[in-house]
Design a protein around this ligand. Structure first.
Ligand code: TRP
Length: 418
C-alpha cells in the first residue's frame, strides 16, 4: 500500500525512491538529453522527478506554446527555501512558457489561520522576489479570482470524500474550507488553460505537493467528455460525459467515421494529436473544458542549516531574505556541515559534502559555475578545505547575493500591484 504524503506537514518524511515507485513519478534524467542547454538545477540533478514532462520538453524544443504555473502560500516571509521553485518558473518563462503564479491566500487562511491582511502583506513580498528574479506574467490572489473560484467548483464536482481521505487522510474533523483549498489548488493548476488557451502546463513544485498534482490529473480526466483510444489499426473515441449532440458533432468532424452506442470509430489515417485537438474544441463548444493533463517537476529540498528540513517553524534552519546581517552570520557560521570531529580527522579522512548544509546551499544557489563547485567539493573530500574557511567564503557569497537581491527588489518594487 502506498504511503500518504501530507503536504501541510512541516516535516514531510519522504523517501524519494519509494515515492517514485509507489506513485509512478518518472525520473527526470532522460529529459535532460532532449533539452540542450540546461540550467544549474537540471545539470546538478536538483530536479529529480516529473510527471508528463515530455509534453513540456517537446514544446520547448519545437517552440510550441506552453504554460508554467506554481503557487505560494503567503503564510510567512519568503526565504531561501522558496528560491528554487521561483528560479524554475522564471527559467520556463525564458524558454517560451507563459507564466502564472497563484497566491494561495485561501489555503493560508483555511489551513494556517492567517488573516487576509497578513496574507496580502506576505503576498507582496513573494511578488517582489518573483519580479526581481525576472518573472513575467500573471500573479493572482485565489480569493479575488472569480474565474478560478468557478473552476474550483467544477473541479469539486469531480472530487468526493473518499478521494480526499485516500489522498490526504482527511476525516470527519477536517474543515470544509481545507477541502475547498484543495479544489482551489486543482483549479490553480488548470487555470492557465482556462484563460490563456489549451496547452501543456508545467507545475514546478517540491515533492510534498505531488498529492495535489495526482488529484488534478484525475480531475482533468474526469472533466473530459471524450476519451481518445489509439487502437493501432484505427482510433476509437469513447464518449464519457458527452451529450448526444456533442457525440454527433464529433462523428461529423471526421469523414468516414462510424458512430456506435457510446463510441465512434475513425477510419485509418488520423493521428492521435489531430484527433485530440478537434475533440477538445468540440468539448469547449458543448460547455466542457478540453483541458490537457498538466505536467510537473519535483525538486529535492534544500537541507536546513541545522541538518533537518528547511522549515519556517525552525528559524535557525534557514536564511530569510530580510534577515539582519548578524543573524545571517550566526546561522551560516553555526550550520551543520559534513565536517569530522577533529581537524586531524578531517585532514586525513576529508569532509562529507553530501551531508553538508553549506555545500548544499552552494550547490543550490550560491555557485553558478560548475567547475568552481566541483573544485570546492573535491577540496573538501581531500581534506584540504576546512569547514571554518568554507563557511566564511559561503557567508561572503550569501551576503553578496542578499545585497544584490535587495537592490533588484527595490528596483522592481513598482511592479507590485495588489
Ligand atoms: N499548496 C502550495 C504550498 O503549500 C501552494 C499552492 C497553491 C500551489 N496553489 C498551487 C502550488 C498550485 C503549486 C500549484 O506551498
Amino acid at each position: 500500500m502506498a504511503e500518504q504524503i501530507n503536504p501541510w506537514s512541516s516535516t514531510p518524511k519522504v523517501n524519494m525512491n519509494r515515492l517514485f515507485e509507489d506513485f509512478g513519478i518518472d525520473p527526470f534524467e532522460p529529459q535532460k538529453e532532449r533539452l540542450g542547454d540546461l540550467p544549474a538545477f537540471m545539470r546538478r540533478n536538483i530536479i529529480q522527478g516529473h510527471r508528463g514532462y515530455d509534453a513540456i520538453s517537446d514544446a520547448i524544443v519545437n517552440k510550441k506554446p506552453f504554460h508554467v504555473l506554481t503557487g505560494f502560500m503567503p503564510s510567512g516571509h519568503p526565504h531561501f527555501g522558496h528560491l528554487m521553485v521561483m528560479k524554475e518558473v522564471v527559467w520556463h518563462i525564458q524558454q517560451g512558457g507563459q507564466g502564472f503564479i497563484s497566491m494561495a491566500d485561501r489555503e493560508a487562511h483555511a489551513v494556517r489561520g492567517l488573516s487576509w491582511e497578513k496574507c496580502d502583506e506576505y503576498a507582496r513580498e513573494y511578488m517582489n522576489c518573483l519580479y526581481a528574479l525576472g518573472f513575467k506574467g500573471e500573479i493572482y490572489s485565489q480569493r479575488r479570482n472569480n474565474a478560478l473560484k468557478d473552476l474550483s467548483f467544477e473541479a469539486a464536482c469531480k472530487i468526493n470524500f473518499s478521494n480526499l481521505s485516500a489522498i490526504y487522510g482527511f476525516g470527519a474533523d477536517t474543515e470544509l474550507a481545507h477541502a475547498m483549498s484543495v479544489s482551489t489548488q486543482v483549479a490553480d493548476i488548470l487555470y492557465p488553460q482556462l484563460t490563456a488557451g489549451i496547452a501543456p502546463t508545467v507545475v514546478p513544485v517540491g515533492i510534498d505537493q505531488d498529492p495535489h498534482i495526482r488529484l488534478t490529473r484525475d480531475v482533468t480526466n474526469s472533466l473530459r467528455m471524450f476519451y481518445v483510444e489509439d487502437r493501432k489499426t484505427h482510433i476509437s473515441i469513447r464518449a464519457k460525459n458527452a451529450s448526444p449532440e456533442a457525440i454527433t458533432a464529433v462523428a461529423k468532424a471526421f469523414k468516414g467515421s462510424k458512430k456506435y452506442e457510446g463510441h465512434i470509430d475513425l477510419p485509418a489515417g488520423f493521428t492521435v494529436d489531430e484527433v485530440e485537438t478537434v475533440i477538445r474544441r468540440i468539448e469547449q463548444e458543448f460547455g466542457g473544458f478540453g483541458f490537457m493533463l498538466p505536467s510537473s517537476t519535483y525538486h529535492s529540498f534544500l537541507m536546513g542549516l541545522q541538518g533537518g528540513k528547511m522549515s519556517s517553524s525552525v528559524p535557525d534552519s534557514l536564511v530569510w531574505f530580510d534577515d539582519a546581517e548578524k543573524d545571517v552570520k550566526k546561522k551560516i557560521m553555526s550550520a551543520v556541515t559534513g565536517g569530522r570531529q577533529t581537524l586531524e580527522e578531517q585532514k586525513t579522512l576529508g569532509g562529507e559534502p553530501e551531508k553538508c548544509s553549506i555545500f548544499q546551499l552552494n550547490k543550490f544557489h550560491m555557485m553558478e559555475d560548475d567547475k568552481e563547485l566541483k573544485n570546492m567539493c573535491e577540496a573538501c573530500k581531500a581534506g584540504e578545505l576546512m569547514c571554518g574557511t568554507c563557511k566564511k567564503e559561503t557567508l561572503e557569497r550569501v551576503r553578496a547575493f542578499l545585497s544584490e537581491f535587495k537592490e533588484k527588489r527595490d528596483e522592481t518594487a513598482h511592479m507590485i500591484e495588489w
